[in-house]
Structure formats: C-alpha cells, structure tokens
Design a protein around this ligand. Structure first.
Ligand code: GLN
Length: 246
C-alpha cells in the first residue's frame, strides 16, 4: 500500500493560526483514500533526523520571537534539509517557515535571523511594527497545470524580495511584499507561502498536489488520486471569492 512519511518541524513553536491543521488535512485526505500517513515531529534538541528518509518536510509560521528561538537549531539541520530538498523531498513552508529557508529575515530592529539560504530570496521587516500585511488573500496559481484561485489569511511584517518563481499572482491582498503582484515561492517540490488558514483546509488542490507528488516520486511513475467529495471546501471558498474578487 502507498504511504506518506512526513516530518513536521517545530510544531510546538511555529503554529500560527492553527498551521498544524495542515498536517491533519494531509492525514485526512490520505486516510480517506486508504493511503497510510505518518507524521513525525522534530523540535529543538531532538535527535538529528534523516531528512532524506521523509517524503515531505513541513514548517509552519511563527512570530519573530519564535523564529529567533529556533534559528540556531535550524542552522544545525541545514546540511540534512538541503540534501533532502536536492533529492526531491517535498517542502511545505508557511510564512515564518518560508522566510527562514531564504537568505535571512531582518526584523523591525534591523537584527538578522539567518535563514538556511536554500533559496535566494530574503525578507526585511519595516522599522515600523504597525506596517504589516494583514487580511484575507486570494492568489491565482497554476501549479496544478490550470488556474486555481487559492484563499487564505496573511499576517506578516516581513517583505520578501528576490523571489524568482512565485507561487502565484495576487488577486486580493498583499503577497510577498505590501501590495505585491506575486505571492510565495514555488518549485515542483516546494510550496512556500504566506497563506495561513490553514491553507490546506481551504484549498484541497494544494494537498492533493503534494500527496500525488510524493506518491509518484516513491513509485517512480505518475499516481492519480481517487477524487474526494470537496463540495464543502469549494462552497466555502466560493463565498470568499465572491466577497473578495468578484
Ligand atoms: N515573523 C514574521 C513576520 O511578521 C512571520 C510571521 C508569520 O509567520 N505569520 O513577517
């Protein structure tokens, strides 16, 4: 039987707006299809895991303080995470997790929290803590091969610059920077985004892209997932789209 093995990093520190719910959604959508799903956790001072043994690495969002707390520990994982990424392990990164895979996050006081530098974007917060990108957001993506409007909630001071391959185009809200045209960062095995929600609960296409990517990589050939009844998710999203971008 097909199986997913996920490493959820810093679940106890980086869990803004219920970001850990993303793991519940992946488990639910696997279970509904008879696909096994194991989620291991890693946090500060856990034994060093074999990152490449996982199908997916997940990091949620956190405030500046939590990002500072985990920064040194995360740096210790750099080699393992870089090797896992290079081998094709999938990475889902939300907000603070997204920022820390870039070169650095510079906070409102001008202090740099080093990132892993896996990707060459960087993030700088404005000196005024009042200038934040907060609110509902709609992003037009094409990662599934056709246009899909994904919805979520953003709350970040950090302005992310130097993104060469964004996750999508902003239809409502801010995105990578204040009033930016683009949101997030995408590679075929990376979705990095400012979308809380949790974003997988609101956008089933993202979960299914990830599950299908991971299973296909394991099996060495494309895996087509059995459809689920997503009427409730689609109805909920339509309410937001009607309100925000109609
Ligand atoms: N601390 C970061 C910022 O404000 C990330 C916030 C978050 O993860 N929501 O930019």
């Amino acid at each position: 039987m097909s199986k997913m093995k996920i490493l959820h990093m810093y679940a106890d520190m980086l869990d803004l707006y219920g970001d850990s719910g993303n793991m519940e959604i992946i488990k639910y959508r696997c279970t509904q299809r008879g696909i096994g799903c194991v989620v291991d956790t890693y946090s500060i001072d856990s034994p060093m895991p074999d990152f490449s043994a996982y199908d997916m690495i997940y990091i949620g969002g956190g405030a500046d303080l939590e990002q500072q707390h985990i920064a040194d520990d995360l740096l210790k994982c750099k080699e393992g995470i870089a090797a896992a990424h290079a081998s094709g392990v999938f990475m889902l990164l939300i907000c603070g997790g997204y920022q820390l895979m870039g070169k650095y996050y510079r906070d409102a006081d001008g202090n740099d929290i080093p990132g892993l530098g896996l990707f060459d974007y960087f993030t700088v917060a404005p000196s005024s803590r009042k200038k934040r990108c907060i609110g509902n957001i709609v992003v037009r993506t094409t990662f599934t091969g056709k246009p899909v409007d994904v919805v979520g909630f953003e709350n970040h001071g950090g302005q992310t610059q130097g993104v060469k391959s964004p996750f999508g185009e902003v239809r409502f809200g801010n995105g990578n920077c204040s009033k930016s045209q683009y949101e997030g960062f995408f590679q075929k095995n990376v979705i990095a985004t400012y979308l809380h929600g949790p974003c997988l609960a609101k956008n089933p296409e993202i979960s299914d892209y990830i599950i299908s990517y991971c299973l296909s990589r394991n099996e060495g050939s494309p895996v087509k997932l059995a459809p689920l009844n997503d009427k409730l998710e689609h109805d909920c999203r339509k309410v937001m789209l009607d309100r925000l971008v109609k």
